[in-house]
Design a binder for this molecule. Sequence first.
Ligand code: AMP
Ligand code: MN
Ligand code: MN
Ligand code: MN
Length: 276
Amino acid sequence: MGVDLHCHSTHSDGSLSPTDLIQLALTNQATMISITDHDTVSAYRDLPSEIGLDLVPGVEFSSAWRNLDIHVVGLNVDPYSVDMISVCTEQAKRRLRRAEKIAKNLFSKKLISSVDAALEGVKKIADGGTIGRPHFAQYLVEIGSCSDTGAAFKLYLSAGKIGDVKDEWPHMAEVVGWIKSLGGVPVLAHPAKYKVSLSKLVSMIEEFKTFGGRSIEVTSGYQNPEKTKLLADLSTRFNLSASCGSDFHSLEKRWSQLGKTQDLPAVCRPVWDEWS
Ligand code: AMP
Ligand code: MN
Ligand code: MN
Ligand code: MN
């Protein structure tokens, strides 16, 4: 299909610069992409002069809903507006406070020998991008506390583990409100990835719509066709448009290839109809 409305650059936890991402998208024959870094739009101030495809400005905000970490993508936002810079600055402060809590938790279990050294280490790995758990995973590998980043997540950073600190995120309703006031389309990111029952997923989508949400990612990365069908049905049931994204982070993760998203089921109303 050549449309990929969810991927990450070095401005958050991706491994390619915005220029390299765009180059790869062109190589993979994508026609429309959105770079949706976690809680930042700084990639949009770091673009090549020639783009060669339709680049939709986007962001992936972290939010909280019923004790879960929920991601809300904002598409077709103005990445240069003062209000956007302001909410991203607030999120960056939250991420820093959260990183301090994560480091303290890891220290309490003797997984790191110094909170300050760990914070310096993750900042160095993030290299100016938003700080997140993947940078902690890499740090734990670098200091020899974990064999690889997968193990670091499994043992210490995934949901419910010591390094999973989520009390910093604003409520989903607030984040949806930011995106709407910034003129963008709020999209519920990767709904099939939350570890919830079907009835809770339905409540999540229902409330997301009540808060002003307009779209859900019907396809995300590699996804079981049954899940895609379920999400397509939910998008039509709640009259929400459908988005599609690879959630590409790096070339090493072969199951998620930039620009190679599954076609949206025919029943879906594509999200890009909302701005084109
Ligand atoms: P954060 O933004 O700090 O909450 O970190 C979330 C990011 O961590 C996600 O966007 C993924 O890139 C990555 N992630 C989450 N869970 C895992 C996992 N189990 N294994 C590897 N990476 C993960
Ligand atoms: Mn990520
Ligand atoms: Mn996400
Ligand atoms: Mn993502």
